[in-house]
Write a protein that binds this ligand. Structure first.
Ligand code: ADP
Ligand code: MG
Length: 701
């Protein structure tokens, strides 16, 4: 190194490499890169995972089990003992009490140092042990009388570490980075007026606080992530994510699409063939979709609707418009089972309209696949239903203009983008309609799906009787089997959902087989089918079709039936090990019954000794059938990560913000995003680079 680093004013921190800091060479810079740290600014946005309070010496007498604290005292006794293993026990005393230090690993130098009369300053976590309070392997040093008063002058941050970068090193580096902040070196993108209104500190204040909280800082508040300094950072992070999705949306809107606005004759024929009229909510959502389709920029609309709210027929109605206008439509489902069922519905609705529907799944025989592919490529067939296989190589559409994706929570932003590019044709992009049965509260939806417009079917078709839900311990299995018998004698059908055994498809399937055998034995004369992930496509199809035709009375299944399966005559649902399932999954499963006019029951079987959280989930299920309410409770109980599915959005890998905890910030985040887009577009790129880097930026800046 020859040239001295440029003056702080000259080089803003986001442009200053970490190697500009003292003691950072290329080797350390490489390790820091693993933490996502390249610039001095990155280092400031590497935030502590927790804090230790080393700002005061705690009298031993005030120490409680579980406390992490600085203690000072004099060695009273030190001895090597054998209690199962060789260990060094050191008793220290400070006038208020005594404490035992326990070392399982120690050197002879340590042994020589830790002798009666030596004063120690130490830090560690106190635990109640056989000898009273003890600390295993504390950090310690000799305490000289004259530095007895010297302690840390702020809480000690504990950073997320990586191999080869010690905490001590990170503390030294962040201290340097904090010192490097001065006017102009670190841009504050939030207008002062907004901060004042929200009662939040400036960026520099916030960063200084979270890296070095002053003595007396509320450690519990910090641990909960609700300190104003943290909220200020969370706000900015949420804003960055919001902007990235909004930019993506703007980019998509700029692309051309085929405007679709036919007179509506095909839709009128579809309607007249239906045994029901659309609900008001279905009509409203269809209007919203129709307006989008008529535009020459691509629709990107999410339809949220509770299980059974009738999303499929809305999709079919949208398809009618595209087909009448001379285009093709693809409907994609996450599983084969669901794709087949959609195909059946579409086939039933579109056959009378002389519109054949192609089915494309991975399990299709090559001959059938080839003929489906040919029909789509030539344009002879206008509707294709399938799984991901719809977008594999070799599948070409002649004039695809509408892409419908069902059960959207399984598809992430990147997958949506890939599909959109696949559907590109003659320079035009397809309209996209995504449907989800995992409703989430509106502000959350507007954040998580900021690249989409959102419609809500908030009404169930008339004549549905709410499902009655009971929770029983599994010791009452026998009674439940009786209930099944009764329901089946009444001409009804039932589901029995077997526990999902995590991490083992094999065990999963064995459990389902065993339950199937046991129920068959317990219910002679009852026609029992078995459905699990291991079955081959045609076999699965046959079983499902038989259940639909009522050639089977009872269907034993793993959670493969979670989404979409629709058999209105099924009125009883038994879910085993319900205590292990999440709310969204339970609600989806329960949604398989209550699809007809007859009263349905859902029995949640649980094992004794479940957690408070599991008990709370079962209570929520008993109290309500409303998917939106359940989603809100789910959000409170678990946070949004699981609710949205793991690959939903980049939102799940946020550093400070948490959608559930920080939900109250979201409306202001949205309005701030609008202000930035309209008035300060030049700062957006830098803001995104600060928080998101190159990782999950979908829109171009
Ligand atoms: P989901 O929204 O869960 O996908 P489906 O589309 O499977 O729901 O619809 C559930 C059931 O309700 C289906 O049997 C469907 O035919 C029926 N259905 C849909 N809309 C109506 C309506 N307006 N009136 C009566 N039944 C309807
Ligand atoms: Mg559905």
């Amino acid at each position: 190194m020859t040239a001295a680093p440029a003056g702080p004013r000259a080089v803003p921190l986001d442009k200053r490499p970490v190697t500009a800091l003292k003691g950072v060479g290329t080797a350390l810079a490489e390790k820091l890169l693993k933490l996502g740290v390249e610039s001095v600014q990155d280092l400031l946005f590497l935030l502590p995972a927790r804090y230790e309070d080393r700002t005061k010496v705690v009298p031993i007498g005030a120490l409680r089990s579980g406390d992490r604290a600085v203690v000072e005292g004099e060695v009273e006794l030190a001895e090597v003992v054998f209690r199962r293993r060789r260990q060094l026990l050191v008793r220290i005393r400070d006038g208020t009490g005594f404490l035992t230090l326990r070392f399982f690993y120690f050197t002879s130098a340590q042994q020589a140092q830790l002798v009666r009369g030596v004063r120690l300053r130490l830090y560690g976590e106190a635990r109640r042990g056989t000898l009273g309070l003890e600390i295993a392997h504390p950090e310690y040093r000799r305490a000289d009388a004259f530095d007895a008063q010297r302690v840390e002058d702020s809480l000690t941050p504990v950073y997320p570490t990586t191999e080869g970068v010690q905490q001590g090193r990170l503390r030294i580096l962040t201290a340097q980075a904090l010192e490097a902040i001065d006017y102009g070196a670190l841009a504050d993108y939030l207008p002062a007026g907004l901060l004042a209104e929200l009662g939040l500190p400036t960026l520099v204040e916030a960063l200084t606080y979270v890296h070095r909280p002053p003595p007396g800082a509320d450690v519990e508040l910090l641990a909960s992530g609700r300190h104003p300094a943290q909220r200020r950072l969370a706000f900015e992070e949420l804003l960055a994510h919001q902007l990235s999705l909004r930019l993506l949306r703007q980019e998509i809107r700029r692309d051309p699409a085929y405007p679709i606005a036919p007179p509506g004759r095909l839709l009128a024929r579809l309607r007249s063939g239906l045994p029901f009229a659309l609900t008001g909510a279905q009509e409203r959502v269809l209007d919203e979709i129709s307006a989008d389709l008529a535009s020459s920029s691509p629709m990107l609309r999410l339809v949220q609707g509770d299980v059974g709210s009738g999303k499929t027929v809305v999709a079919a109605a949208a398809a009618c418009k595209a087909i009448e206008a001379g285009f093709q439509v693809a409907l994609m489902a996450p599983t084969e089972l669901l794709a087949e069922q959609h195909w059946q519905n579409f086939d039933r609705w579109f056959r009378p309209l002389e519109q054949p529907v192609a089915l494309l799944t991975g399990k299709l025989a090559s001959k059938a696949r080839r003929s489906a592919q040919e029909a789509l490529a030539s344009g002879d067939v206008s509707i294709a239903v399938g799984t991901h296989a719809l977008f594999q190589e070799g599948v070409n559409f002649r004039r695809l203009a509408l892409l419908i994706v069902d059960e959207q929570h399984r598809f992430g932003v990147d997958q949506r983008m890939a599909l959109r590019n696949k559907g590109k044709h003659a320079g035009r992009y397809p309209h996209q309609l995504v449907m989800t049965a995992t409703p989430i509260p509106r502000t959350l939806a507007m954040t998580a799906y900021a690249d989409l417009d959102v419609s809500v079917i908030d009404e169930l078709p008339p004549g549905r009787t709410p499902v009655r839900t009971v929770a029983l311990t599994e010791t009452r299995r026998q009674e439940v089997v009786q209930r099944i018998d009764t329901a089946i004698r009444d001409g009804r059908q039932a589901y029995w959902v077997c526990p999902l055994i995590e991490e083992s498809e094999e065990l999963d399937y064995q459990a389902a087989e065993a339950t199937h055998a046991a129920l068959k034995a317990a219910l002679p004369g009852v026609r029992v089918g078995l459905l699990h992930g291991r079955l081959k496509g045609p076999e699965k199809e046959r079983t499902m079709a038989a259940f639909k035709r009522h050639d089977l009375d009872l269907l034993v299944a793993t959670t493969v039936i979670e989404v979409g399966v629709d058999v209105p005559n099924a009125t009883l649902m038994v879910i085993e090990n319900a205590e292990r399932m999440g709310l969204a999954q339970l609600h989806q499963l329960r949604g398989r019954v209550g699809r007809g006019a007859a009263e349905s029951t859902c029995v949640l079987l649980y094992k004794a000794g479940m957690s408070a959280l599991a008990r709370e989930r079962l209570n929520v299920m008993r109290e309500t059938n409303d998917g939106f309410r359940i989603a809100r409770r789910d959000l409170e109980l678990r946070g949004p990560g699981e609710l949205l599915g793991t690959r939903q959005t980049g939102l799940l890998t946020m550093r400070v913000a948490e959608l559930g905890r920080d939900a109250d910030l979201l409306p202001r985040v949205q309005s701030a995003a609008e202000v930035l887009l309209a008035e300060h577009p030049a700062t957006i790129g830098a803001l995104l680079r600060r928080w998101i880097g190159g990782r999950e930026r979908y829109g171009k800046v």
